[in-house]
Ligand binder design. Structure first.
Ligand SMILES: [Zn+2]
Length: 291
């Protein structure tokens, strides 16, 4: 049996999916047998989490496909689209939590939650915060927008459960208003989180340039190649979890085409080998002109 690597994006996503399916089944059963509307609603939320995590998994599967005739640059942005969809799912969750809180205030319909709801909310906070930390680590390590989006989905679930826990405790202590207040506060937090997540993914889809630190690393690596006198131009953009680089290097004008080509090949192989997450490099050679 092959060894399972838990730091792999797909493995991490499958762990998230199993967790979400287990939580959905548990909450729906607890809601139905405990006659708790809030618990059933929470279970339906877990079903939407299963949908989000499945979206991430599909995005990863499509994203890892190699370049083909109709997609010569690869399929990496399938991951970015998946991340974008997850951000929209989180946004919907935040709106739903907010609307539920407002309806609670309007209708003044408070139910006394069962003990199982208290246990479920507490367990959900611990499990989901743990899943957030694990998933976020894997997402950062693999530079994966889809896995990072999935991580934030886990954290938004932890936040929802905090609201549920506060509401349940409030109901127990007869502070009924705690439930809608916690709901509204968490709704604002989740909506802000989803917008913060939409932003970088739109950036990737719009070919926004990567962080200056990455550009500096690319420049420094290319400069190390002997024969490179200067970097004339550098453009890089992300496609899903990887970068594509277009770079113009200046070499001694007296070099032969063969020698210039040699320098360009060396630049390409060093960038591919030494800078993390680089998928492809296009090198153009200029004659060096001191300014
Ligand atoms: Zn969720």
């Amino acid at each position: 049996m092959p060894k399972v690597n838990f730091l792999d994006s797909k493995t991490c996503t499958l762990v998230g999916l199993v967790t979400n399916v287990a939580l959905a089944i548990f909450k729906l059963l607890a809601g139905i047998f405990g006659f708790s509307y809030a618990m059933i609603a929470d279970g339906i939320h877990s079903v939407s989490d299963c949908l989000a995590t499945s979206t991430v998994y599909v995005g990863l599967r499509i994203g890892e496909r190699p370049a083909d005739e109709s997609h010569p640059y690869g399929h990496g942005n399938a991951e970015t689209i998946a991340a974008f969809l997850v951000a929209l799912i989180i946004l919907a969750t935040g709106a739903f939590v907010g609307i539920s809180a407002v309806r609670l205030i309007v209708h003044q319909h408070f139910e006394t939650p069962a003990t199982i709801a208290l246990a479920a909310a507490a367990a959900s906070i611990v499990i989901k915060e743990g899943m957030f930390r694990y998933t976020f680590k894997v997402g950062e390590r693999n530079n994966s927008p889809a896995v990072i989006a999935n991580a934030w989905d886990h954290r938004s679930d932890a936040y929802s459960s905090v609201a549920a826990l506060v509401g349940i405790l409030g109901a127990r202590l007869a502070f009924w208003y705690l439930d809608p207040i916690a709901g509204l506060a968490v709704s604002v937090l989740i909506v802000k989180m989803s917008i913060a997540l939409l932003r970088p993914n739109i950036g990737i889809l719009m070919d926004e340039r990567p962080d200056t630190a990455i550009l500096a690393e690319i420049t420094a690596t290319a400069r190390k190649v002997s024969g490179v006198r200067a970097i004339d131009n550098l453009r890089a953009h992300r496609r899903g979890s990887t970068f594509t680089i277009d770079i113009e290097v200046a070499v001694d004008g007296g070099l032969t085409v063969e020698q210039g080509h040699q320098v360009a090949s060396e630049v390409k192989s060093r960038l591919l080998g030494e800078v993390e997450h680089v998928q492809d490099v296009m090198v153009h050679v200029n004659p060096y002109r001191p300014s």
